[in-house]
Ligand binder design. Sequence first.
Ligand code: GDP
Ligand code: IMO
Ligand code: MG
Length: 444
Amino acid sequence: MIISNQVKSTQHSCVVGLQWGDEGKGKIVDVLSAEADIVVRYQGGANAGHTVQVGDREYIFHLVPSGILKEGTACIIGNGVVIDPRALIEEFDGLLENGLDHEANIMISDRAHVVLPYHGALDEAKESASEDGKIGTTLRGIGPCYTDKASRIGIRMEEFVDPDRFRERLTRIADLKNRELESLHGREPIDAASVYEEYSAYADRLRARVCDVTAYLHEQDSLGANILFEGAQGALLDIDMGTYPYVTSSNTSFLGLGAGTGFSARKVGRVLGITKAYTTRVGEGPFPSEMDDEAGESLRQAGAEFGATTGRPRRCGWLDIVALRRAIQFGDVDAMVVTKLDVLDHLDVIKAAVSYTVDGVETDQFPASVDCEIIPHYRSFPGWLESTAECRSFEQLPEKARQYLQFVADAAGCPIAIVSVGKERTQIVTLEPWLEPGAGGEGD
Ligand code: GDP
Ligand code: IMO
Ligand code: MG
């Protein structure tokens, strides 16, 4: 990938989810990639499902960065990502089927860890062991792969594409994993020889893509390239700051960027946090503003809230300002992008949780424990009851929608930079200048 030597005015950006994932990051990264030379995934794996809608064509990316549709954009998979080679190659083939021969634009970190069949088998075995300990994972082997990374028995890409070292390490580790699968979980063992055969073919295809992406990012930064970082999942699924243990196994927020790329987060000038105009969650775990009723079902239908990776129905609820503020704070978010505003178009009343009573004590802070009782307190807003799908400027939005957005900026204490009013790439309202907290005259 050759980026012009000419120095441009650069401001690297990062897009992260502020909720429990599926905020619409894929769409926003696709839109912002128009201005980017390089798009970088830095954590997570094929548990992610990032949708980009272009006309009547829908693309769902799991490992490939969502900037791939733009011709000539370098798409990087950083060392913090766990890569399932089979899933990645399926994505490459899917792109080719859509006439997009962009595989050569992809670079994979030599230090990224590889997801192998025993990771998926262990994920499944652990999830089905007991209802009590169930996380509701995507069963993509993510937790077991990061476990191996931390236990220092992971296989990294540089080793994976070296046939002799891969065979030797795979044989040794598969033996360990088989003991775990058989004696602890009563599962069938993995046949290391057939895994080697299948995965060697994947290694052959990926070898040319594997390189030192950290060195590349630093070089391109010094040449003035514009870099866009793409977080997967959402802040509340962050292994350290999320609703542990109902989280994924990586730092899903801005906190993961430096460790997941070897590129300093201090060089990133703009962090955009994506939030839906309401909230969804897939899998188990606390969700204080969940609507486990007809209203929730109506949001699910209006928002087509079914998982992009697993197809599971997403749990739906109102926007949660307490959780949002927390995510903005620890994720160092400069501005929000509010997506799926159009999904609220049909509602005559819209609510948002503004504080909680946690185990009998009123608070505006998100609790650490997932075992406490949380009663959310809501503020209600009149709905606008008209379509926002064709709005392309703040002024075109209905007044009540503008008031709701102003409330969100005020209550979250963070400006809004972009509003999304439909799944299509062009259904976007860019706020220039940003909608600042307090701009409506009365703070909240
Ligand atoms: P991601 O994981 O954050 O990239 O989000 P997903 O792709 O998993 O889920 C977001 C879903 O909402 C996808 O089906 C998108 O096509 C869709 N979407 C994104 N933005 C909007 C929007 O503003 N309005 C509507 N109605 N759908 C949207
Ligand atoms: P994107 O990038 C929504 C959830 C799973 C489960 C928990 C742990 O599309 O926003 P894992 O398989 O990671 O061990 O599962 O995390 N989860 C997601 N939920 N969107 C995602 O990604 C998710 N990736 C993981 O449902 O609750
Ligand atoms: Mg998703």
